[in-house]
Ligand binder design. Sequence first.
Ligand SMILES: Nc1nc2c([nH]c(=O)n2[C@@H]2O[C@H](COP(=O)(O)OP(=O)(O)OP(=O)(O)O)[C@@H](O)[C@H]2O)c(=O)[nH]1
Length: 71
Amino acid sequence: MLQVTCGMFEKNKKVLICQRSAKMKHPMKWEFPGGKIEPEESKEDCLQREIKEELGMIITIDRALNPVEHQ
Ligand SMILES: Nc1nc2c([nH]c(=O)n2[C@@H]2O[C@H](COP(=O)(O)OP(=O)(O)OP(=O)(O)O)[C@@H](O)[C@H]2O)c(=O)[nH]1
């Protein structure tokens, strides 16, 4: 099973979503920013790393949402 994390950022009743680039897998699709958990990486470390890579932001995590599994 592929394990990924993504972050939801809420401000002024708006939620941030990002659009994948034309060169990525699933080009131009909209997503919550995040990505795959690397071996031996915690969910929190993964999310902080992905947000730094993708958005250049250092974040603190407020709370975890319920995990979702899909096929
Ligand atoms: N980031 C993100 N990924 C999602 C969401 N929903 C969802 O099904 N996914 C899936 O989770 C996986 C995340 O892969 P990714 O390509 O963004 O991860 P990554 O940044 O580690 O990619 P890389 O392999 O190019 O380094 C994709 O298969 C993607 O389709 C979502 O809301 N946000």
